[in-house]
Design a protein. Structure first.
Length: 366
């Protein structure tokens, strides 16, 4: 049986009409994969009487939420609290969901999606929030429901039981849609400080996010907070070389990747290669993150979990092979992360970062 705590019992009736034009009722939103991103977004959405949010998670998460509730802290330190979240440990609760946010890791989709297909109603709208550039085909293969892509470019870290804090900025990217359910969610997120942009070309946004995610492996291997890692040029040189390999692929595929920063993606390797004194001046926004923030890949390794390396740096290697190109830097990063996943005491120190570039015969700047 699912473990459930009823949420928002005293909420007033929502004014939002559902997508079918029936009487005004709250939009029933299910968050599948109650990790840091799922708990953060779900808690924010649950602040509105126009959204009835349920969470699908593991028993450990359900017990923790029952004991501590859920708290989402934004960049300004403001906290949104959900004292009694509705958490289910089984998928039966999905039968009445109108909008489903799937926030699990990409590597879990092969197992998860067939289960979702069994419980989702035919008209449920599914939002795929995974990292990667080959996510949509996987959903289309395993689900018959309409699927939209959304990309979360900011970091969320778990501070304590039930407490999740956003540590970086940037707006969410959503596939453009006229569906009222999507617009209702965007409205609620915006009212609580999460800006969004709708794009027709989601593929460009996927490749732009992949470029940002290439640093996840370097951060995990360095064992440093993101800010400290980025302030050390040898690590930046490795990242610049890894990005160069992806940019070369984008040129071959005629893809103009979406930029999540004020700097065009093609200029980022040059920026990363600048001396520290200049980088600090030019990359103030890039460095405007929590001093304790780390990549989710570092979190996964610390927790003994499998990482998304095959969907990130591994995707660059796969695409390069398909195009008869080489991606030696990303290939070595994949190998090192996999070894670290197996418990090897690997740490990419500054000297090793230089050696990695030499061993990989790093590509030249774009």
């Amino acid at each position: 049986m699912p473990f459930v705590r009823s949420a928002n019992k005293n909420r007033s009736t929502a004014l939002l009409s559902d997508h079918s034009g029936r009487s005004a009722v709250p939009l029933r939103v299910a968050v599948v994969g109650a990790g840091a991103i799922g708990c953060y977004l779900g808690t924010v959405l649950a602040q509105s009487p126009e959204c009835e949010v349920i969470f699908i998670g593991r028993e450990r998460m359900a017990l923790e939420a029952a004991a501590y509730g859920l708290t989402a802290q934004d960049l300004n330190g403001a906290c949104h609290r959900l004292r009694s979240p509705a958490v289910y440990t089984e998928f039966e609760a999905l039968r009445t969901a109108q909008l489903v946010l799937v926030t699990v890791k990409a590597l879990d989709l092969q197992i998860l999606l067939p289960q979702l297909a069994h419980y989702l109603s035919a008209d449920a709208l599914v939002v795929a929030m995974q990292n990667g550039v080959a996510i949509a085909p996987l959903y289309q293969q395993l689900l018959s429901q309409p699927v939209f892509r959304a990309i979360v470019p900011f970091n969320v870290v778990k501070i304590s039981p039930g407490f999740y804090a956003r540590t970086t900025g940037s707006e969410m990217i959503w596939q453009r849609s006229d569906d009222a359910r999507i617009h209702a969610v965007l409205k609620q997120l915006d009212q609580h400080g999460i800006k969004s942009k709708q794009l027709e070309n989601v593929k460009a946004a996927e490749f732009g996010k992949l470029m940002l995610n290439l640093n996840n492996a370097i951060n995990a291997l360095s064992d440093l907070p993101l800010q400290q890692q980025l302030l050390q040029r040898p690590y930046r040189l490795v990242l610049a070389a890894a990005i160069d390999e992806l940019l070369r692929i984008c040129r071959c595929l005629n893809i103009q990747s979406f930029s999540y920063t004020s700097v065009p993606n093609s200029y980022i390797p040059f920026l990363l290669r600048t001396p520290n004194w200049l980088f600090k001046r030019l990359a103030k926004k890039m460095l405007a993150i929590s001093p304790e923030a780390r990549s989710s890949m570092w979190d996964d390794i610390q927790a003994g979990k499998a990482t998304e390396i095959d969907f990130l740096n591994g995707a660059v290697v796969t695409l390069a092979e398909q195009l008869k190109l080489d991606a030696p830097v990303n290939r070595l990063l994949v190998q090192l992360v996999k070894r670290k996943e197996q418990g090897e005491p690997i740490r990419l120190c500054l000297l090793h970062a230089k050696q990695l570039l030499q061993e990989a015969s790093a590509v030249q700047p774009s």
